[in-house]
Design a protein. Sequence first.
Length: 290
Amino acid sequence: MSAHPGWVLGAWEGAAGADAAALLASLTGVSLEAAAAVDVGSRDGALIEALRDLRGGVVRTVLSCVGCGETLQVPVDLGALPVSPWRAPGAWFSVEVSGRPVVFRLPTSADLQALHGSVADARRALLSLCAPDLAAPVAGSAASAATRAAEAPDPAAATAETATAEGVKAMVDTAMAEGVAADGAKAAAEGATAEGAEASADAEVADAVERAMEAVAESSALTVVARCGECGAHTEAVIDVAVLLWAELRVAALRLLEDVHVLAAAYGWTEPEIFALSPARRAAYLELIG
Ligand SMILES: [Zn+2]
């Protein structure tokens, strides 16, 4: 572990749980509200970097087999996870759909917390939050027109046509996984039928915006696919970086506190004095105490 003990304990103490926005706030020192306004891709990128600082290597994520319900332990190589570049909160992007520009922003933790109901409901709500023009398709409001003028079109939007909507689906899945939607399981079944019913021009525009979001966010790869040894079914799931980080942070923090407890009891040193020791010296003293 290369992370500084003070950093580990501060992050553990500040976050106090596996909430992604709370972890980001704790890691960066910004308010919870500011952290919740960071887009999900940037947020997860920062959490992955913290996880790498904390332990690196391979961590295990736990899935439930879609075929038989068996618990699957899936290794996740932290070094191989794609890290989304950090984007300033509130950035707007633009994509051209059927000759008209549609502005959008990327989903944030606050957006995901506001979602509820079925997957289809969540998807619609997320789009109306992130692409307000879609909710009022006739003409852009003064505010959105001003936003459009203020923002240069993002080059990533040009690649939207080749991207898939998986990223936004993943974001909705993340919201479900975070327990925002109580009826997530039922909703997953509804999702497929809702998809077929949305064969309208609006749905086309929505799809295009989702693809553009995906192209900008580059977050679709934060998924794992595992084959069940019992029934052979393949389970695909979104990696919950916050859960992984919190688990490692908690283990690391409790280990540090134990070190402090043992060294303080033996030598009468204070916590800052103990953390001023290099990890090698700390380990050597702990060994002497036995
Ligand atoms: Zn299975």
